[in-house]
Design a protein. Sequence first.
Length: 550
Amino acid sequence: MPPKKKSNAEAMKRIRARIKADPVAHEAYKQRERERYQRRKDAKTYPTIRDKSPRVQRAMRKKWKLEKRAQRKKGNDSAEQELNDIMPPPSPLPEARDESLPLFEPRSSHQKRAGRKKVKRKNRQAYRTIAKNKATIDRLEKQVRSLEKKLTWAQKKEEIVPKEPMDTHMFAESSPATKANTLLESGNVRNVRKQLTYGFALSAEVREKLKASKKRHKPKQVVHRITYGKIMKKYRLIEKAKKEMNLSGKSIRKVNETAFGSFLDFKRKTKENKEVAERVKSFYLQDINSAPASGKRETITRNKDKKQKRYLCDSLLTLHDKFQAEHDVRVSYTTFTRLRPFYVVAPSIHERDTVKCRIHSNCELKSNKLHSMGLLVHKDPYQLIKGIVCSVHNKACMYLECNQCKGKWGDMYTGKEKSLTEKASYFEWENENEERQSAKGETIIVKVVNKNVKNNTISNLCQLFENDLKIFMPHQFRINHQCRAIKNLKANLSENECVLQIDFSENYACKATTEVQSMHFGGSRKQITLHTVLESLEICEITRKPHGDR
């Protein structure tokens, strides 16, 4: 059996032992190591402790201290063991001693004794400083108490001096905060006491009246309305009033919603609010802003009202900006989101956008990249178009036939200085030919669509984006025109006309009660294609009629 090969560690151990055995070789080895260390030090390959931060220096010195302490302890233990080996056995002592205690007690080192002296000196200095600071604090506290007494006596003397009468007319027109400050600054204890007594008596009287009128609601409504008034809300006294008069927050909110609703509270049955709510609702239901769901189970029921889901085609922020630009009514973003119909929802991961237009998608990917680099004003291509054309509803402008729009293309750039030769990576949807193996083993070429990462310079990327934008503008105009045409067609239907919108929904696979295993493979399972039909009549009712094409 061949001898076992030694490891590298064992081989190096034998080499080091051979060098140590030869004094000349060992001295040459140490000289080489010193020179190697000096070269590393000059080249600053390994930073010294002076190059490190104070925190790291403290940690390293602490580590060295512990290691040195362990080394000294190890040396003392070995010295004690050697001494015990050479000494004769001890003679019996009159008293029994602990055998676990060592016979040799090592002396403390010089560094340890010097360190202990330094610590004791610092502690004495700290004790003296603490005692001095305590004496200073006691002296200052005594002065503060003396000054407080003098201030109290001075305030009492000022109360005896008659004050000038306040202007009652000016006092009545002042705000509550000004009145309170005026009373406090006047120093008239009698007026302050009287005003406080008046406030406590008023709250107690209101509390007693509310207890007495348990079945009558009008007094409670009046008190609730006063408590939730503008002045009480301004000075943040609503919670204080609720505690003083034993009022519940629920009743206050109820009265506020019914009697003090703001203009944006569309629960109030006013003509103006109804009109705004209808305009917002119709805006949400436009096909360009939301798309109807195609699945037969994609419905939402709210208060026994069952509706087909509609998925938003853009974010609510973008839709709000679009609504503000198209309508002359100012509606806040919060109200715009509150007026959204319950069946118009944002698509989740399960209802993600899987039928997006490639022209829109590629243009958005490039604009997002340029906007992230700070080169474009907006990242939405539609918002960029609004800034470089006279009108998005003008065919000549959107088809690049308008002479006035040709000089506005530079307005979509921010003017930020950037190197045109700098590289930029972005995504793009592309058609590609891919080789695959057929079932017969033959090589066939199929066309696939992939989302690839492209690398290009900033100048080329801007040129590609402008080319895509020239295709995107007429494409977007046709979409807007078709949506307006369908909307006008639905709005102007006669009694004997209707509009049908038919679209593919999904495929359903037929199943048998009992099936053999081979039916799961190939084209054995029959399928049913489901289409959805939206019928728009003159009475503006939309019904959904699924039709199975077998």
